[in-house]
Design a protein around this ligand. Structure first.
Ligand SMILES: NC(=O)c1ccc[n+]([C@@H]2O[C@H](COP(=O)([O-])OP(=O)(O)OC[C@H]3O[C@@H](n4cnc5c(N)ncnc54)[C@H](O)[C@@H]3O)[C@@H](O)[C@H]2O)c1
Length: 457
């Protein structure tokens, strides 16, 4: 395929050499004449393993050229990659000036192009950038996004030092697009790259890089904090983390990675508290481990705020135990929410078919008696009775029977703390705790308000 790459710095240079290795014809573009000259001579603009050889090879095969003329680059390609820098402003927002400048240049060139053009944003940018780049290109070209051109989010996952191998053997290839034509072009472009090709929502693709990198940073500081605690106890942290990583069922796995309600139960709160206290006793500063409980408390507060925001006094909680299929109430996070609601005078009913007050024993009974002494007056195993007496239904654990709620009770306010539904067509009102509105029903009056300071595009 014929592709143009805007920005011949670190990522653009690797992209140009690797695209040529895949057999594509590449036109590099940069405002730096020096970088354009280097690439035109088959030389890389950066120091990186394997890049000299790949550049030379691409150059000798006539697959790589470079120019400062952005119009030439657009008119002689079907795909354009934007790989210019996206530095931070001093407040921490993204400076998108370079991305917007390239968008304008591409748009101006597209005025004179009759065929469909796909633009991929490969620079690391925040959600919303894609839409703005589409707007700029449409304005500069007089063309229509989605019909004459498309802007696709195609984040780059390479690491300096292993960039060529990371490009040619990525964990996955990701594009975010709503254009089938653009998707087909990218499938063709990446057809010889191994690993899963994922096409998803534009904003999902846009946020991925930030999620990945923040998680990588979290892994590093978590490993270091565990290491510091181990050192204070004269334990070999490398042996610890080696074994930790061997558990691919619970530790290095998708388990526990679903956004939802706070954790609870008899183990996670107790054991993470014990490690926190141990670190403290060893005079080890471990702020990430310390902050885990704080973050968990905030999620309970978030649930409470969503419930209260509905302005209804009759609340039904569905599921009181810390997870479905058990009667264990110890440190169940919804118990704290229930306690708050009762304290504020809400008319609360609770449904949990596994919890029978008279049968609770030991620490389980002690815990709930201390928290909700009058629980027996408000808890029942009759779902209809709770639904009938409530305007708001809060799903707090993942009982299978809750799947039928929208059909059985069509005009309630459902607050979902566990992502009970993948998608929904509900006449009532639905709000999930940590995901966008998934209710497709046009009658629903919600738009979750997003009145926050954002990156200035
Ligand atoms: N470096 C990495 O390891 C890495 C990895 C993944 C993603 N990224 C992201 O990729 C993007 C690029 O990073 P980089 O390290 O390659 O940056 P870089 O600064 O090395 O290169 C950017 C290039 O863009 C050029 N440029 C600026 N304005 C231009 C214009 N109007 N037209 C054409 N070229 C223009 C600059 O001259 C420069 O050569 C950033 O968003 C970065 O966050 C970087």
């Amino acid at each position: 395929m014929n592709v143009s790459i805007f920005g011949l710095g670190y990522v653009g240079c690797v992209g140009a050499a690797c695209a040529a290795r895949l057999g594509h014809h590449v036109i590099g573009n940069d405002i730096s004449e020096n970088k354009v000259r280097l690439i035109s001579e088959g030389k890389p603009t950066i120091i990186e393993k394997e890049i000299d050889e790949l550049m030379r090879e691409g150059h000798e095969k006539g697959l790589i050229e470079a120019t400062t003329d952005s119009r030439y680059a657009v008119l002689h390609s079907d795909l354009s990659f934007i790989v210019v820098g996206t530095p931070s402003t001093k407040e921490g927002h993204l400076n998108l000036t370079y991305v917007h400048n390239v968008a304008r240049e591409i748009g101006e060139a597209l005025r004179d192009k009759d065929t469909f053009h796909a633009v991929a944003i490969r620079s690391t940018v925040l959600p919303g950038t894609n839409r703005e780049v589409g707007r700029i290109i449409a304005e500069a070209s007089g063309k229509t996004v989605g019909r004459d051109f498309a802007v696709v989010s195609n984040p780059e996952f390479l690491r300096e030092g292993t960039a060529v191998q990371d490009y040619l053997h990525p964990p996955l290839t990701l594009i975010g697009t709503d254009s089938e034509q653009a998707e087909a072009m990218f499938r063709e472009f990446y057809k010889d790259i191994p690993g899963e090709f994922i096409s998803t929502d534009i904003d999902v693709a846009e946020i991925m890089k930030y999620v990945n990198n923040t998680y990588h940073a979290l892994k590093i500081v978590f490993g270091n904090e565990i290491g510091n605690i181990c050192k204070a106890l004269d334990i070999d942290s490398h042996k610890v983390m080696e074994i930790f990583c061997k558990d691919t069922q619970l530790n290095i796995s998708p388990y526990y990675f679903k956004p939802g309600f706070a954790y609870g139960g008899s183990c996670l709160p107790k054991d993470s508290k014990a490690l926190r206290t141990l670190a403290h006793d060893c005079y080890i500063d471990a702020p990430v481990i310390q902050a885990i409980d704080q973050s968990n408390q905030i999620q309970k507060k978030n649930a409470l705020e969503i419930i209260e925001s509905k302005g209804c006094s009759r609340i039904g909680i569905l599921g009181l135990a810390f997870k479905a299929g058990t009667d264990d109430l110890r440190c169940s996070p919804i118990v704290d929410v229930a306690e708050e609601l009762l304290g504020k005078g809400y008319d609360l009913k609770i449904y949990d078919r596994n919890v029978h007050i008279s049968q609770l024993t030991g620490t389980n009974a002690d815990f709930i008696t201390a928290k909700l002494p009058h629980l027996h007056e408000i808890i029942t195993d009759d779902l209809d009775a709770v639904a009938g007496a409530s305007d708001v239904l809060v799903i707090a654990n993942r009982e299978k029977e809750f799947e039928e709620l929208p059909e059985k009770y069509p005009h309630k306010v459902i607050i979902d703390l566990v992502r009970q539904y993948a998608s929904l067509d509900y006449e009532g009102h639905y709000e999930g705790i940590s995901w966008k509105n998934i209710n497709q029903n046009p009658a629903q009056e919600t738009e979750i308000s997003m009145d926050r300071r954002r990156t200035d595009f």
